[in-house]
Write a protein that binds this ligand. Structure first.
Ligand code: SAH
Length: 584
């Protein structure tokens, strides 16, 4: 039977079921039987997931006698007759929440998710750190620890500080002594830590395994998988290290096809990374061997491969298990220090629906947010409880960029936010000027003011165009004027950012005069104030009118778009044609 069994009872339900099957032809299949309750039972016992165009109550009554374990039962989503809601009814954390979102996307209805830890407010514990490769050592305490967190009881947080994790509520704190805590959340690659059978820990401890270990191996040709695997298992066990924290197995290029190593790694679900001997030879190791150098061209395979791989991408690494040998194999284990994460996030021009979903996700994944007060206010509802906000007033751009990078350097997940696109006359460049290779940086594009304004005006940027900032705070006016002249001579349409302020009141008129020397007086000019924000104002006028006093309407909340010589107003809309004819 199909991955997703779909049940419909009414004509409307059958039509909607048809839409789901058409959208997911390889996954979804309508399950038919009479009476409909029988179809539902069949779908539940025979499919990987169930979508029913049925009432929640009827569904629960039919399925109640069949319910088993939530981790093995198929997730169930119900959609109401008038296609308003896709309700995750059973198995929320086992696929139903996600399925409800997918169904909602196809049918254009609202997903309804009622599991507590999925509320926008909190970081769901079952996926805490999942994008970093975290796994939950034992899901048993998940629900009770989640409940403690949601109800604001003190929770001790251990070992999380090194990883760029999303925020947890303030009640989760590294400083809370275990004795005072209702529960402990521990991030550790050790098996003898708190919450483990041998550990001294708190009775209610949720342990996450971070992907922090790299196992280096070497072997003689033909070394059996059992020997290699046994040696690795023993090295981990003796050092009190969790196999679930192994990120990869590393070895030398020459062993890329060594069956024993590959099979031992595969059996344990680990990837194998190989490195050239010359690269390994350059790694400083405690136990080099001249015999090995003579054979493979590097004095160390296991130690060097483990260290080199753990230290990938500028990370710090330490050897936690020095070389151990069996008859035909060697093993060593290195631990990597995670890197902080700086997300440079453009929020778009203002309206929430012009903010990219990826930007929203980054805000929810950050533990520290840095930005101007006004932008932080714009997205406060998207931040998880416990997120630290470093806001500051206008003009301290450099300082904001620095504090964001410094926070990332301590290992945090930081979002540096700005309006429009953070890379356009904004925070990305000062931040990246300052950021070293010791942090990860991701940029999330935003809709820049030029694009927001252009779409309100028509299609003014349909051909080659230039952005010019008229702010002479960081750039001498002569340089700005030279660029405006070049744009004028090149017949570029131009979008002016930072066009005019109370103190800088003559620059815009001067720039327009330069453009007017090269294009006709009736050239369209559009200016938009507060695009997609409260008080949005859109004006379409001409170069001539702007120079006859029109500039007075322009301020720092405005962008000004000036057409090229081929641009024109068509039915009240600003159009720069694609077909280009030189009129200069
Ligand atoms: N990073 C921003 C630009 C920052 S420079 C972006 O990509 O949009 C600041 C200037 O951008 C303002 O002086 C104004 O000219 C322009 N601007 C920013 N948002 C705007 C909006 N919503 N409407 C009109 N102009 C805007």
């Amino acid at each position: 039977m199909a991955d997703i069994g779909v049940i419909a009872v009414t004509a409307a339900g059958r039509a909607a079921a048809g839409r789901l099957v058409a959208a997911w032809p390889d996954e979804a299949e309508v399950v038919r039987a009479e009476p409909p309750a029988e179809a539902l039972r069949r779908a539940f016992t025979g499919s990987g997931a169930v979508v029913g165009f049925l009432a929640v109550g009827a569904t629960v009554r039919v399925l109640a006698p069949l319910l088993g374990d939530k981790s093995t039962d198929p997730p169930v989503v119900c959609v109401d007759e008038s296609l308003r809601f896709a309700v995750a009814v059973l198995g929320g954390h086992h696929g139903a929440n996600e399925l409800a979102h997918r169904v909602a996307a196809v049918l254009g209805c609202e997903p309804v998710v009622t599991t507590a830890s999925d509320s926008v407010a909190g970081t769901p514990l079952d996926s805490y750190g999942a994008d970093l490769g975290f796994t939950v050592a034992d899901p048993g305490p998940l629900a009770r620890v989640g409940a403690a967190l949601l109800s604001g009881e003190p929770v001790r947080l251990e070992g999380a500080g090194d990883w760029p994790l999303p925020a947890l509520p303030d009640s989760a704190d590294a400083a809370t002594p275990a004795a005072d805590a209702a529960a402990v959340i521990a991030v550790t690659d050790r098996t003898d830590g708190p919450g483990t059978p041998d550990g001294p820990g708190h009775p209610l401890t949720l342990v996450y395994r971070p992907p922090s270990l790299v196992v280096g191996v070497g072997s003689a040709r033909g070394a059996p998988a059992e020997e290699v695997g046994g040696l690795v298992d023993a090295a981990l066990a003796d050092a009190g290290l969790a196999p679930a924290s192994v990120r990869a197995v590393a070895t030398v290029d020459l062993k890329a096809d060594e069956a024993g190593i590959l099979a031992a790694a595969r059996d344990r679900g680990w990837d194998v990374v190989t490195r050239p001997a010359a690269e390994l030879a350059a790694v400083d190791v405690p136990n080099p061997s001249e015999v090995v150098r003579a054979e493979v061209g590097t004095p160390s395979v296991a130690e060097a491969a483990a260290l080199r791989t753990a230290a990938d991408a500028g990370r710090a690494a330490e050897l936690v298990v020095a070389k151990r040998k069996s008859a035909n194999a060697t093993v060593a284990i290195a631990r990597l220090r995670p890197r902080g994460r700086l997300a440079v996030v453009g929020l778009g021009p203002g309206a929430r629906d012009l903010t990219a979903p990826r930007a929203v996700a980054e805000l929810g994944r950050a533990s520290v947010v840095v930005g101007l007060d006004q932008y932080v206010d714009q997205v406060r509802d998207l931040l998880r409880p416990g997120t630290r906000v470093l806001d500051s007033g206008l003009g301290q751009e450099e300082e904001r960029a620095r504090s964001a990078v410094c926070a990332a350097r301590t290992g945090a997940a930081v979002a540096l936010i700005g309006s429009g696109d953070a890379g356009v006359y904004a925070m990305a460049s000062p931040a990246l000027d300052f950021a070293g290779a010791d942090i990860d940086v991701v940029g999330v594009p935003g809709i820049t003011a030029a694009a927001a304004a252009a779409n309100l005006l028509g299609a003014p940027l349909g051909h080659d165009h230039a952005y010019v900032s008229l702010s002479d705070l960081h750039t001498p006016w002569e340089a700005i004027e030279r660029r405006v002249r070049a744009a004028a001579e090149g017949d570029f349409a131009v979008c002016f950012y930072n066009p005019r302020s109370r103190r800088r009141d003559w620059q815009l008129a001067r720039a327009l005069e330069i453009l007017a020397e090269h294009r006709p007086p009736e050239t369209p000019v559009g200016h938009v104030r507060n695009a997609s924000r409260d008080g949005e104002r859109v004006r379409l006028t001409t170069l001539e009118d702007m120079l006859a006093g029109g500039v007075d309407e322009v301020d720092m909340f405005t962008v000004v778009l000036v057409g090229g010589s081929a641009s024109r107003a068509v039915a009240g809309r600003f159009v720069t044609p694609r077909g280009y004819r030189w009129k200069g």
